[in-house]
Design a protein around this ligand. Structure first.
Ligand code: NAD
Length: 401
């Protein structure tokens, strides 16, 4: 067999990946394309494509959220499933990578319709859920209520995570991803900027689940959050925004716009701050604007906020990027705690959840930083090398390669 090709082959600069492993990892292990047909009232039948992808399950069952999005495609679900493989491997969580989604606009659905769609989805993939082969969680467009529907259909506490606390969810799950992003930013500031987080200025794109909790935790750590945006625009205050007051403003008006000096999303991305946190959507740091970034450090709160072209520009400019597979892994770490508690019947506190997130992210961060410094490679390549190494080891142990 000759030199392998494809996106993982690039890691051969850093590590030797057996060609057979590359072959297995460059495609998803299992993909399901389903067609949903759900009656939601006397006059309305909703039809939609649904996808379930297991990228790799060598290290454990497929773990990953359920996304509701109008233009969802199989390739988007495939990409997200793969990220879950690396995220769980890097942080040492005993799960594989999976993801699922339904191509519907969640904003157009009544709560009843959403519930009926979830119930139908459970019926279609029932055996995957009952056997624990796929363990879903919330993603864009879904939340604890939808997870409660899954539990309600199956009555198996460990078959789904991200449930409401009243239905077996763990406290701290809602804020878990933001907690992890803030912890990753704190560690990166110390190591890469030689500064305490309390001495840093921060700009955050996105004020949804990830962005708002990241902002709250960073503020409580003493960081100065000078800019925050959402899909409608942003708010800027060089003296630091009051995140709690901003949350109230957003709850009242539907946006962060109007709370302080107005700033566009593009302007936010090029602010002169210590840390820039894209925590909204994918592909925002790209060829056309990566050259304008003035932040000294980027911490990826969203999945895939930097395009490969943008990444290359940031690398050439010497701006470190803490990759999503590390920075936003807090959610899946909390999911692991919920799954473990459900299996054992134990009770978990929010402080235990935060403690485990901080500990797992710190361990992974130190491994990543050490490898990056030793080998002179980017943090992203180092994180990927560690994650791929863990998955390859599992595949070897299982006799897959
Ligand atoms: P969310 O829907 O709660 O919030 C998204 C935020 O981004 C909102 O404030 C929205 O107004 C803003 N936004 C949307 N489009 C925008 C645009 N074009 N420009 C600027 N802002 C825009 O979503 P979330 O759960 O916070 O997820 C954000 C990202 O983090 C996604 O990439 C998601 O996959 C990823 N992520 C989420 C979790 C989690 O636990 N929620 C875990 C890991 C990764």
């Amino acid at each position: 067999m000759g030199e392998p090709e494809g996106k993982l082959a690039v890691l051969n600069r850093v590590m030797r990946i057996p060609p057979r492993a590359i072959e297995l990892l460059e495609r998803a292990e299992k993909e399901m394309i389903l067609f949903l047909n759900v009656r939601v009232d006397d006059r309305t039948v909703i039809t939609a494509d649904a996808f379930v992808v297991y990228h790799n399950t060598a290290r454990g069952p497929a773990k990953g959220g359920i996304r509701f999005a109008p233009n969802l495609t199989l390739s988007e679900v495939r990409d997200l499933a793969e990220r879950m493989t690396w995220k769980t491997a890097l942080t040492g969580i005993p799960f594989g990578g999976g993801k699922s989604g339904i191509a519907v606009d969640p904003k157009s659905l009544t709560p009843y319709a959403k519930r009926e769609i979830m119930r139908e989805f459970v019926h279609l993939i029932r055996s995957e859920l009952v056997t624990g082969s796929y363990i879903p969680a919330p993603d864009l467009g879904t939340g604890p209520r939808e997870m409660a529907v899954i539990y309600g259909e199956l009555h198996i506490p460990e078959c789904v995570t991200g449930k409401p606390v009243a239905v077996g969810g763990v406290p701290g799950r809602r804020e878990a991803t933001g907690r992890g992003v803030a912890t990753a930013a704190r560690l990166a500031a110390q190591r890469m900027l030689g500064k305490e987080i309390s001495e840093c200025t921060v700009a955050i794109q996105g004020f949804g689940n990830v962005g708002s909790w990241t902002a709250r935790f960073l503020s409580s750590m003493g960081a100065k959050v000078v800019a925050i945006s959402d899909s409608k625009g942003g708010a800027f205050d060089g003296d630091g925004l009051d995140v709690e007051e901003l949350s109230k403003h957003k709850a009242e008006t539907g946006s962060v716009v109007g709370f302080a000096e107005e700033i566009s999303n593009e302007e936010l991305l090029s602010l002169d701050v210590d840390i820039l946190i894209p925590a909204a959507v994918e592909g925002v740091l790209r060829e056309g604007n990566a050259g304008d970034v003035r932040a000294k450090l980027i911490v990826e709160g969203a999945n895939g906020p930097t395009t490969p072209e943008g990444d290359e520009i940031l690398r050439e400019r010497g701006i470190p990027v803490i990759p999503d597979i590390l920075a936003n892994s807090g959610g899946v770490i909390a999911s692991y705690i919920e799954w473990r508690s459900a299996k054992s019947g134990s009770i978990t506190s929010a402080s235990e959840v935060y403690g485990t997130i901080d500990e797992r992210i710190k361990l992974a961060f130190e491994r990543m930083a050490k490898l990056s410094e030793e080998r002179g490679i980017s943090y992203r390549d180092a994180a990927m090398a560690i994650a791929v190494g863990e998955v390859v080891r599992a595949m070897e142990e299982r006799g897959w390669i």
